[in-house]
Design a protein around this ligand. Structure first.
Ligand code: PEP
Ligand code: MG
Length: 922
């Protein structure tokens, strides 16, 4: 282990921005800002290595670390001209966690550490404000008791309520019938006088003594050791674990712990605190954006109890509305100007959008944090493209800046502006996207009902990190309180979920929400009650809440998005096709930039009302003649579908897979359907049941499906081939270029392909003779079975292309049923057996090796063999990175994932290029 402590202060720092692994994002940011000459209160960071050593030793700090910390505190004391534990000139510190990746609100922070009765008196004298000193003290006891001593916060609520009621009596306010929220509004923290605060502090200490059997620790160093341990411990608390899992953050990273001299934003009206972003984190627009609270500590802004004011005079970016006079610019012009200067400097330096936390103590500005700001997918794209155009970053960097998964957010539906809507309330547009669902009032309930497949909207007064699992499960989040940087807003944005925050017209209690309705003049005209289970719709882009379900329309993509995609297309090597079965899906895919169809699942064409009937007749027919006559009815449907698909994909390849699923999937599932089929076919219900039972399989995924159907009943593939080629000839006759590719599913031997190829070529010759024209067709196969990958050499004798069906290939090589995996794969991921669900992210060491074997053996026999992948992994960024490394020709994924795949393919190409060494030019 290297050094344990990295100091920063007075323009010098031991660490820098490159050391996030060791100092966490926060420690690295503070060190770098200090080096840049930005005003930062001095402090030091205890490294992530110390955290890991602490856990390795069974939660014991490594030898010598305490002495190093004491020495660092000594440096802080001399820089601040104050003493840790000195009543005359008290040095108070904050103790904060900070991991390599930002995990907003997930771990613990303790402010105002270093106070006891005597020091609080000294602080009162030094600041001239007894109220301030006692308020800091009672907040410290509360946070310390909760985080370090494990005394639940709600035990203190009652004590605070009592203090408020006492203060209310003094103010002449009748508090007898007020609930706690109303009481807090009438008697805010600032209305608690020194006497009530002193009584409250005593009561808090009694609660601690009662709950822990020990008095609250008076010794500042005892407080400090406890706080540092608690910060390390918080790395392994439940909510941090959930967050890590969601964001793929390894537990082995550990957290750093930063101890920093306190500055106070609550020292009067010339003090304040706030958060800011160098660009709008919601839209990406280039404007300085943020919010602040006068006379407050940082936690007040994040907790969302008070609604903050905008930073700039125009009111832009403010949480609370457009009250110019309350803006920081209007109230403290000098501090505002300083902040504008600092944010410019930081964005130029880091070349990315920054998220800042600042405090103004009696007119003097301090920066407390600087990190790369979280942003919506829309903002990520706009910021990357605009920064590239401003010359701040290169186009390649812009491509790498946007997380492919976040593009999904751009593709989300929005509220149909023309649909009738029942406006319920307005709040802040905290995270874009439209979401409809049943109202639920607790995170647990949100998780439970989402688990039953219901869409839910989580409604809370405000959210806290304890709600994270419910937020994850919900379609959208609505809160009554809090600003644009409140917990709800920040977390929802990160998740890409619709969120309306700070909706002050609603009040939530006891399983219902009451909504005050206002007229256009802002006068309250009535109250509506919304109960658990009622439907509401959120528009996170405008901050609007509607009663009931409102229709939505598909996303419209921005100009910046198109631009980024053009840049991505210029660097990617992998082609991107779509899995599409209908002309409509084909058009969507093409609009999203698909370069062909990689998988057209023909069975999906059989489920229409009229078609399923003929399909069932075919299945039920006793002999080939019966089957052929039923198939003849299906032929025109299939042909017209293919005509539509070929037209949409003019000039691009279309891979059509012949029938794959076992036939019983097409038979009726319930009695009513069975009776209907009996009436239509004249076959008795009993006979139908017998037939259906005869087709049933113990293990349908390994049964009579794929090309095995063609070995027993070639007429099905014959009909399909005829439909494809008649359609191809028809479209070609209209002067449209067609590139049909016929693909055989689930093959494992050469002979299966020899037989099906002869079948396809036989039909082709007939159709071409009938139509008097030829079209080029390619014949290929899916690789979905381990044997197929192993024997790829002989399959390549027949097949001109392979498409890896990684859904089935995962299923068959892991021996895990696709349909049953959900029940236990979660436990496998939890136990660390798989890092991710292998049906979502390819199992590279296992299934990936089969892909490589298939590639090598196939290409050894047929050097030009075209290789693609059409399983769900084709739209998964981490799997795409593998397919790039594996040298496949294309990936194919669902239409809405095509842009994600294009970007992921570009990033994979850039990564491959940089691993080969730098280019001559960038
Ligand atoms: C596959 O198995 O990967 C595949 C694309 O086919 P399906 O999902 O239709 O089985
Ligand atoms: Mg398959």
């Amino acid at each position: 282990m290297g050094r344990s402590i990295y100091f920063f202060g007075a323009g010098q720092a031991d660490g820098d921005a490159q050391q996030k692994d060791l100092l966490g994002g926060k420690g690295a940011g503070l060190a770098e800002m200090t080096r840049l000459g930005i005003p930062v209160p001095p402090g030091f960071t205890v490294t992530t290595e110390v955290c890991n050593a602490y856990f390795a030793a069974g939660k014991v700090l490594p030898a010598g670390v305490e002495d190093e910390i004491k020495a660092a505190i000594g440096r802080l004391e001399s820089l601040r001209g104050a003493g840790f534990g000195s009543p005359e000139a008290p040095l108070l510190v904050s103790v904060r966690s900070g991991a390599r990746a930002s995990m907003p609100g997930m771990m613990d922070t303790i402010l105002n550490l270093g106070l006891n009765d005597e020091i609080a008196r000294g602080l009162a004298q030094r600041t001239g404000s007894e109220r301030f000193a006692l308020d800091a003290y009672r907040r410290f006891i509360l946070a310390y008791a909760d985080i370090v001593l494990g005394v639940p916060r709600d035990r203190f609520e009652e004590a605070l309520g009592r203090a408020r009621r006492q203060a209310a009596a003094k103010l002449g306010v009748d508090a007898t019938r007020l609930n706690s929220a109303e009481l807090e509004r009438k008697v805010p923290d600032s209305a608690l006088d020194p006497e009530s605060l002193a009584a409250l502090i005593q009561r808090q200490k009694d609660i601690v003594l009662g709950a822990t059997g020990r008095p609250f620790p008076d010794d500042p160093y005892a407080q400090l050791w406890g706080a540092i341990r608690a910060v390390f411990d918080s790395w392994k608390n439940h909510r941090a674990e959930v967050y890590r899992k969601m964001h793929d953050i390894p537990e082995a990273w550990g957290t750093a712990c930063t101890v920093q001299a306190m500055v106070f934003g609550n020292l009067g009206d010339d003090s304040g605190t706030g958060v800011a972003f160098t660009r709008d984190p919601s839209t990406g627009e280039r404007r300085f954006y943020g919010e602040w609270l006068p006379n407050a500590q940082g936690e007040d802004v994040v907790a969302g109890v008070r609604t903050p004011h905008p930073l700039s005079r125009s009111g832009e970016g403010g949480g609370g509305g457009v009250d110019d006079a309350s803006s920081l610019e209007a109230r403290m012009p000098a501090a505002y100007a300083g902040l504008v200067e600092v944010q410019r400097k930081l964005e130029q330096h880091f070349r990315d959008m920054q998220d800042l936390e600042f405090t103004i103590q009696q007119g003097e500005l301090f920066l407390l944090q600087c990190r790369t700001g979280k942003r919506t997918g829309r903002a990520a794209v706009r910021i990357a493209v605009e920064m590239a155009k401003e010359g701040l970053i290169s186009q390649r960097e812009a491509i790498l800046r946007v997380e492919p998964g976040s593009i999904d957010q751009l593709l989300h539906p929005s509220i149909d502006p023309n649909a009738p809507k029942d406006l319920l309330a307005r709040g802040l547009p905290a995270s874009p996207g439209a979401a409809t669902g049943q109202v639920v009032f607790s995170a647990d309930e949100a998780e439970r009902r989402a688990g039953q497949g219901r869409a839910v909207i989580l409604v809370r007064s405000e959210t806290s990190p304890e709600d994270i699992h419910g937020m994850k499960a919900a379609r959208g989040i609505l809160t009554a309180r809090g600003g644009m940087t409140s917990h709800a807003a920040v977390v929802a944005r990160g998740m890409g979920k619709s969120c309306v925050a700070g909706c002050s017209a609603i009040s939530v209690s006891q399983g219902r929400m009451t909504v005050t309705i206002y007229d256009e003049h802002g006068r309250a005209t009535g109250v509506i009650t919304v109960k658990d289970g009622d439907l509401i719709t959120l528009d996170g882009g405008t901050g609007t809440v509607y009663l009931g379900a409102v229709p939505t329309i598909p996303a419209a993509l921005s100009g910046e998005f198109e631009e980024l995609m053009t840049w991505a297309d210029a660097v990617r090597r992998l082609r991107v096709r779509a899995n599409a079965d209908t002309p409509h899906d084909a058009r969507t895919a093409r609009n999203f930039g698909a370069e062909g169809i990689g998988l057209c699942r023909t069975e999906h064409m059989f489920f229409d009302e009229e078609r399923i009937q003929a399909m069932r007749e075919m299945i039920l027919a006793d002999g080939e003649v019966g089957r052929r006559s039923a198939l003849a009815k299906l032929l025109p449907f299939q042909r017209s579908d293919f005509v539509g698909v070929f037209r949409e994909m003019a000039g691009l390849p279309v891979t059509i897979r012949l029938l794959d699923p076992p036939l019983h999937e097409f038979l009726p599932q319930d009695d009513a359907q069975l009776q209907q089929l009996s009436r239509a076919t004249g076959v008795s219900v009993a006979d139908l049941q017998r037939k259906s039972e005869g087709l049933a399989e113990y293990n349908p995924m390994l049964g009579h499906r794929g090309c095995r159907l063609a070995i027993t009943s070639p007429e099905i593939y014959e009909m399909q081939t005829r439909a494809i080629l008649e359609a191809a000839c028809e479209v070609a006759a209209a002067g449209i270029e067609v590139e049909p590719e016929i693909m055989i599913p689930l093959s494992m031997t050469r002979r299966e392909l020899t037989l099906t190829r002869a079948l396809v070529e036989g039909v082709a010759e007939k159709v071409f003779a009938e139509k008097g024209r030829r079209v080029d067709i390619r014949f290929g196969t899916m690789i979905e079975l381990p044997r197929a990958a192993l024997r790829a050499g002989e399959l390549a004798e027949e097949a001109e292309f392979f498409s890896f069906g990684t859904n089935d290939l995962t299923q068959t090589s892991l021996g895990i049923s696709r349909d049953d995996a959900g029940r236990f794969l979660g436990a496998y991921v939890e136990a660390g057996i798989f890092a991710k669900d292998p049906f979502q992210a390819l199992d590279v060491p296992g299934v990936g090796e089969l892909v490589e074997i298939g590639r090598d053996r196939g290409r050894a026999v047929r050097p030009g063999l075209k290789l693609g992948i059409c399983g769900e992994h084709g739209g998964d960024p981490s799997s795409i990175a593998f397919f790039e490394r594996a040298g496949l020709d294309y990936v194919s994924c669902s239409p809405f994932r095509v842009p994600v795949a294009r970007l992921a393919a570009a990033q994979a190409a850039l990564a491959a290029e940089s691993s080969r060494g730098p280019r001559a030019t960038d």
